[in-house]
Design a protein around this ligand. Structure first.
Ligand code: ADP
Ligand code: MG
Length: 238
C-alpha cells in the first residue's frame, strides 16, 4: 500500500523550476532513496512535501489518502510526517532536552508535547541523561544530527524525511547512522532519504530516484540506477 503519492509536483522560484513536474509513490515501510547533483531540487522537494516552509506551486502530495498540498507545515507534522534539515539547526543556549522538547512540540502540540516521547527518542539515538543537560552549542556535528533525528522521532511520525543525514560525518559515524536509520525503519516508519553518500543509499534504500535540474531522471533498483550512464553524466556535469 502506498503511504505517499507525489503527483506532478513543481516549485518555482521566479523563472527557475527548482522542482519540475515530479511524480512518484512511496510504499509503507519502504526506505526510498533520493540522489542528484547539488541544486537538483532535492531539498526543495522535501520542503514541498512537508510544507516547511512551503508547499508545491503545482501538483499535489497525498499522504495516507489525504491531500497535503494546501496544508500548513505544523498540521502536516501532526498528521505524522516529520523531517530533518540539511543543516543541523539547534538553539545553542538551550539544552539537548529543551531543544528536542521545543522542536517536537511543533508536531505534537495538538496531542500534548510529551517529555516521555522526547526522553525515549533521545535515548533511542544513544544519548544518556548527562547528554540531555548539555547545551546544544557543545555538540559535535554527529550529535547535532542525532538531536535533529530524535526531535523528529519524538513526534511519533509514520513517515520520516531525512535530508543528507551523512553529510559532514566520518566513516565510522556514517556506519552508526546507517544502523540508526535501519532501527528506525525497523519500527515500521517509512523513510525518504536524500543522500550523496553512495554506501548509505546502496545499503539502505529499496528504490532510488535521481533528480537532475528539478526533474526525475530515473527511478529504480539502486545498484542499477547508480550505474546508469545518464546518471553518471548528470553528476559529472556533462
Ligand atoms: P539540492 O537540495 O538538490 O541541492 P535545492 O532544492 O536546495 O537543491 O535547490 C534547487 C534549486 O532551487 C537551486 O538552484 C537553488 O539555488 C534554488 N533554490 C532553493 N531554495 C530557493 C529559495 N528559497 N529561493 C530561490 N531559489 C532557491
Ligand atoms: Mg539539499
Amino acid at each position: 500500500m502506498s503511504i505517499l503519492e507525489v503527483v506532478g509536483v513543481s516549485k518555482l522560484f521566479g523563472a527557475l523550476r527548482a522542482v519540475d513536474d515530479v511524480s512518484f509513490t512511496v510504499e509503507a515501510g519502504e526506505i526510498f532513496g533520493i540522489a542528484g547533483p547539488n541544486g537538483s531540487g532535492k531539498s526543495t522537494l522535501f520542503n514541498t512535501i512537508s510544507g516547511i516552509p512551503f508547499g508545491p506551486d503545482e501538483g499535489r502530495v497525498v499522504f495516507q489518502g489525504q491531500d497535503l498540498s494546501r496544508l500548513k507545515g505544523h498540521v502536516i507534522a501532526r498528521m505524522g510526517l516529520a523531517r530533518t534539515f540539511q543543516r543541523e539547526t539547534a538553539f545553542d543556549t538551550l539544552s539537548v532536552f529543551e531543544n528536542a522538547l521545543m522542536g517536537a512540540s511543533y508536531g505534537r502540540a495538538a496531542r500534548g508535547a510529551g517529555a516521555a516521547e522526547v526522553t525515549e527518542a533521545l535515548q533511542f539515538v544513544g544519548f544518556d541523561k548527562a547528554m540531555f543537560r548539555r547545551p546544544a552549542a557543545e555538540l559535535s556535528v554527529y550529535d547535532r544530527k542525532c538531536l535533529m533525528l530524535a526531535t523528529a522521532l519524538a513526534m511519533s511520525p509514520r513517515i520520516l524525511l531525512l535530508d543528507e543525514p551523512a553529510s559532514g560525518l566520518t566513516k565510522p559515524e556514517i556506519e552508526d547512522s546507517i544502523t540508526l536509520i535501519r532501527r528506525i525503519a525497523g519500527r515500521g516508519i517509512t523513510i525518504l532519504l536524500i543522500e550523496h553518500v553512495l554506501t548509505m543509499l546502496l545499503t539502505l534504500s529499496q528504490r532510488l530516484m535521481v533528480l537532475n535540474q528539478g526533474r526525475m531522471l530515473i527511478l529504480g533498483e539502486p545498484e542499477e540506477v547508480v550505474r546508469n550512464p545518464e546518471v553518471i553524466r548528470a553528476y559529472l556535469g556533462d
